[in-house]
Design a protein around this ligand. Structure first.
Ligand SMILES: [Zn+2]
Length: 327
């Protein structure tokens, strides 16, 4: 069953607007006046960690993320405490583009009462790719192209500014980080020999990465090693690994690596050694409180890991020397 999809961002104008703040406190309802008088910032709740990280970068303050490290957003159902957090929030930021499909009903219900933004739906539609699984839907995995994620950042900054936050300096810093990541990705990935620029991962999350940096991307999620179709696909990918001399494939935290093992064994049976090149962050960031637990950190980790595993050169500790600080 596919749901009808409304791609336009929902930004109800019922919240605390910037004009109301500037126009004078007397015009505000009592509760809002009390919040402003006590200096309490509007409460921001985000669905995914990546979206929460955008808002944290732009406000410097706390933002609650409903989905933590290792959570797969495609199938995640809001819990009772998630619904409570959403109903108490002043500003709700979600990814959109059908990534958190199970949140559609609760977000529709809250839309008249809250300031809500589908951050990825601010990206111009002509820049979106089709979802490999559903041709009539956009691929939601836009955070892997920093130039696309910058559109989301701009939309979040606008929403936060309307809500009374001063985001100007932080928005500039975030745009500089996105540009630096994009430049790092381009130069680092270009050190991988051209014939080896193939990313084999567990699920179809890296199409935007592939487009941005000119890589072939192959996801193998959904392949059953028991079915004939599954075996045919495995054999096709083994061919690719052998003929292009690809030395590594990549696992993802939230996806089973059984099919990966079948690939590695298939290549070994043809005397081609393939290793697990590392674990990539796909649909969730790393542990809270670490560099990998931020959007720049997850992207830096992926770029660095991919380049090092496939014969390229990159600094061990990544673009900013911050990777693997805990080890
Ligand atoms: Zn995904």
């Amino acid at each position: 069953m596919q749901r009808e999809h409304t791609p336009s961002p929902r930004i109800p104008r019922t919240g605390l607007s910037r004009r109301a703040l500037i126009g004078g406190l007397a015009a505000l309802p009592f509760a809002a006046r009390a919040a402003v008088a006590s200096g309490a910032a509007p409460a921001i709740v985000a669905t995914t960690g990546m979206v929460a990280d955008l808002a944290r970068s732009l406000t410097g303050g706390p933002v609650q993320a409903l989905m933590g490290p290792g959570i797969d957003p495609h199938g995640y159902r809001p819990t009772r405490s998630d619904i409570l957090a959403l109903s108490r929030a002043d500003i709700i930021l979600h990814h959109g583009l059908h990534l958190e499909a199970q949140f559609t009903d609760i977000l529709e219900e809250l839309a008249p009462k809250k300031r809500i933004l589908a951050v990825a739906e601010a990206i111009p539609k002509d820049l979106l790719l089709a979802d490999p699984a559903y041709a009539d839907r956009p691929d939601p995995h836009v955070w892997f192209d920093p130039t696309l994620w910058q559109h989301a950042a701009t939309a979040v900054a606008a929403t936060l500014t309307e809500a009374g936050f001063d985001t100007t300096a932080k928005a500039t810093a975030l745009a500089e980080t996105a540009t630096a990541l994009h430049d790092y990705a381009r130069s680092t990935l270009a050190t991988v020999p051209e014939q080896a620029r193939v990313l084999v991962t567990a699920h179809d999350a890296f199409e935007y990465f592939g487009r941005a940096y000119g890589w072939q991307v192959e996801g193998i999620q959904g392949i059953s090693t028991d079915s004939e179709a599954g075996l045919a696909r495995i054999s096709e990918l083994v061919d690719l690994l052998v003929t292009r001399n690809i030395q590594a494939v990549f696992v993802e935290r939230s996806v089973s690596d059984r099919a990966m093992q079948a690939l590695i064994e298939g290549a070994a049976s043809r005397d081609h050694y393939v290793s697990i090149g590392g674990e990539l962050y796909s649909d969730a960031m790393g542990p809270d409180g670490t560099y990998e637990g931020t959007w720049p950190g997850m992207i830096d980790h992926n770029i660095t890991t991919i380049a090092l595993a496939l014969g390229g050169t990159a600094p061990e500790r990544g673009m900013q020397g911050k990777l693997n600080a805990g080890t």
